[in-house]
Design a protein around this ligand. Structure first.
Ligand code: SLL
Length: 156
């Protein structure tokens, strides 16, 4: 579809991970014994999934592909419906590739983000926390969006 010149629209996103110690009750029969943490990596709107006022990222995001460490089975995880999130267990920290794909009618290239999965507290003040979070705020900028993308972004 046609592009709207002189217009630029941006959308805020948060990406990152949360993690907590794996309790015995959380272990499944197939959880490897060396796994110490339960974590999730995600892309979401700043207000958080499910909360009032939250934006549905699937308005403009078609899918998010998370590339985990090769030690994981099926290490490329493609998530095509929100929440754009992968939940796993493990023992180590590593770099996660996050690729965001937009709907075809937006005619936008995908974008690649990287997130360092954080399982352990690094700051003194986080030492006693049960849940560790590592979040990054970003703005996705659409320059000269197509008319169809513009409709998607302004339909709600
Ligand atoms: C490290 N360079 O040595 C990192 C690698 C790998 C993490 C971390 C378990 C995978 C699985 C897992 O946590 N891998 O068992 O499926 O710290």
């Amino acid at each position: 579809s046609k592009r709207i010149k002189t217009l630029s629209i941006s959308r805020p996103v948060i990406y990152g991970n949360s993690a907590r110690h794996l309790k015995d009750g959380d272990r499944k029969p197939d959880t490897p014994p060396e796994h110490t943490h339960k974590w999730s990596v995600f892309v979401r709107s700043p207000l958080g999934e499910g909360k009032a006022g939250d934006e549905d990222l699937s308005l403009y995001i078609k899918k998010v592909v998370f590339k985990l460490h090769d030690t994981y089975p099926n290490s490329t995880r493609s998530i095509e419906v929100p929440p754009f999130e992968v939940e796993e267990t493990g023992w180590g920290e590593f770099e996660i590739g996050i690729k965001i794909f937009f709907h075809n009618d937006a005619n936008e290239k995908n974008i690649s983000l990287y997130h360092h999965l954080r399982l352990h507290p690094y700051k003194e003040e986080d030492k006693d926390k049960d849940v560790i979070k590592s979040l990054q705020y970003d703005e996705i900028v659409f320059n000269e969006p197509t008319e169809l993308l513009f409709e998607r972004l302004t339909s709600k």
